[in-house]
Design a protein. Sequence first.
Length: 639
Amino acid sequence: MGADTFYVTTPIYYVNDKPHIGHAYTTILADVLARYHRLLGLPTHFLTGTDEHGQKVQRAAQANGITPQEQCDRTVVRFQELWQRLEITHDDFIRTTEPRHTAIVQRLLRELYERGEIYAAEYAGWYCVPCERFFMEKDLVDGQCPECHRGVEKLVEKSYFFRMSAYQSWLVEYIETHPHFIQPEHRRQETLGFLRQPLGDLCISRPRSRLSWGIELPFDADYVTYVWFDALVNYISAIGYGVDEARFARWWPASYHLIGKDILTTHTVYWPTMLKAMGVPMPESIFAHGWWLVGRDKMSKSLGNVVNPMQMIDAYGVDAFRYFLMAEMSLGQDASFTEEAFVTRYNADLANDLGNLASRVLKMISRNLGGVMPAACEPGADEEELVGLTLAAVRSMQDRIKAMQLDRGLADVLAAVRAANRYFDRVKPWSLAKAGDTARLGQVLYHAAECLRIVAGLLLPVMPAKMTALREALGLGAVAGVPSLARLSRWGGLTGGVAVSDIAGLFPRVERAALPAAPAAPQAKASSPAGVAVIGIDEVSRVHLRTARILAAERLEGSDKLLKLSVEIGAETRQIVAGIAAFYEAAALVGRTVIVVANLKPATLFGVTSEGMLLAARRGKRLSLLTVDGDIPSGAAVG
Ligand code: MSP
């Protein structure tokens, strides 16, 4: 950016799976920053998108029995739908499979190759077949794959390398002389720490024989480019690098690349050295936020605790969800997500404080002043604290945004809301109404409404729909248009005489007990058989159902009910004991694809370990195994 524009980016998300709360968080954060900068009157560009090449996507496509492009086209919609529901106001959405991106990646690769920044070399390493990954000797754990702990084989092959090592000392110096380049400070130190080791050159190619889903190297058709060398370029390809120089110059350098802490090295080492080699200036700042944990646990599919943003929105609304994420996480630190913490904060900040203030003010103006905003008036001694804290919140928000301490800015806004509620309790407008002191009542309600005007303006980027409704109720809305921060910094912006409306239940209290475990629970109740407990989708997702191919089957010695099966679940072979001998001939089962519970605790039956459970439908004396319709590989997720 120049000083006069603001360009913010999110990481581009992998399309191997649907979006979760981590993706939602970064995108909401970028949206809030973009909206604030628009309030500041700065031309703003907000970019998000999807990272569509690479092994993760290729594998997901394989597991789903579709082509990688189909996998991308299907999953990208999940992201786009979520951004729409979350009211994300991105200006552009880039997909790395789009020609506007692939063409630039290829052009950069060619240029760097021609200039000798990329070179070919023999590469000796260790290859893990099941993981399909290459490791350096130093990465191995006890000579085994560091990921799956299985054996690895030595492989020597030609690869292409980017001369990253040539930029190490330049990068160290750049980071040292630009304290805001990597934020927060502890992440800057982490990168500097990483750079104390000698930096190697970066292998930027993958042989097509192992990875076909990637951008072809323009100088060697047997190779595709490493996914990071492709993905990072999105930040410049999307704004016209190499194609529309004026557009590129308008937005670049980016003000912020927002990232999660796990992709720090790629953004603070690979990307700057790539840019340097390309002769492109550095982004202003790379900001790494922490992770959302669930309680104390890392969020993971295998733990079954992945928070689905769509469910949260369905249950509590978009605005409350956005607010919680922004208020709860101190940027740079990890934060814990639990529904309980969500409800507690929602009830405290939104229902009791903000919702209550809005309802008190709007109701009293509607009931006692005929729904007309009282005339503007000067604040007196009674209003001192209220005015002070409210205007302090405006300054705080501006400062905190600059310092990337959004949670603290929001806490200051809430402090102003609480001051307004205290003001109400102290001056008791209901007594003034009873006593018929309409003049003083008007003054009190004007000042309380004025606090609401400023608060609604400050919170508009975080809770766009609810705060727009509040502004409209205060008679602002269409007439006043979007609030500028300058207008929010002055007390007395409300115009007397405009129509005010009451809005019922801006943030109705939510009770923990009334919470559905999942939004579908009320319907589930109606349709669940009598006496059967209703469970939420989160509980369902804990059960890992997978397709499995039966490789072998035999009767279990000592039992006339049990069969011992050997099944293939993706790359894994397992033994499962199933009570189906009375219904199926062992030999007839071989080759069939069935559904198994893959994460069942192993059990021992007749001295034989069983690692899973087959699903079957049963009525009376009949039993039928669940199988799949059509051809799908083993190991595919069922659900
Ligand atoms: N495709 C790469 C990014 C390329 S950017 C040029 C990628 N994609 S991702 O979909 O796996 O992750 C995107 C972002 O989500 C990362 O910033 C990651 O840190 C973030 N999160 C993933 N899980 C998270 C949490 N539990 N909490 C917060 N953010 C987390 O990496």
